[in-house]
Design a protein around this ligand. Sequence first.
Ligand code: GTP
Ligand code: MG
Length: 138
Amino acid sequence: TERTFSILKPDATARNLTGAVNAVIEEAGLRIVAQRRIRMSDAQAKKFYEVHAERPFYGELVEFMTSGPVVVQVLEGENAVAKYREVMGATNPAQAAEGTIRQKFAKSVGENTVHGSDSLENAGIEIKQFFDDKDIVG
Ligand code: GTP
Ligand code: MG
């Protein structure tokens, strides 16, 4: 079994959708083995999205991720990384498949409700940025 890192973004907390999103996650067979509601600092968001630093939307992305509370999570399950990417749906909600989190809830490419790690390696790196091993209970 694998672990992946997830964020319920500010558009999800603003609309009181954290339970609804978690229901989709759990129905897909992923287990929430760590979870914390936080306000991301500017420094945390910049570091987290460092790989996108050269993209035109970087500033907007960091601004959005620090605009309200987020819920950071560790999800566990068989092929958790790929499974969660499937459950999230395409980055652009207009292209997200039926039944996916982004198809159901996302408002736009920017305000797209969830983040999920794109590789097992990045999952490990991202989990470490927000959780101590002892706070992940599988
Ligand atoms: P994450 O799981 O959040 O990493 O999404 P992703 O892997 O589906 O997308 P990607 O890593 O390519 O982009 C990271 C995030 O940047 C996206 O989830 C969006 O929130 C944001 N983003 C991507 N493209 C755009 C864009 O064209 N405009 C804006 N405002 N935000 C964008
Ligand atoms: Mg990504």
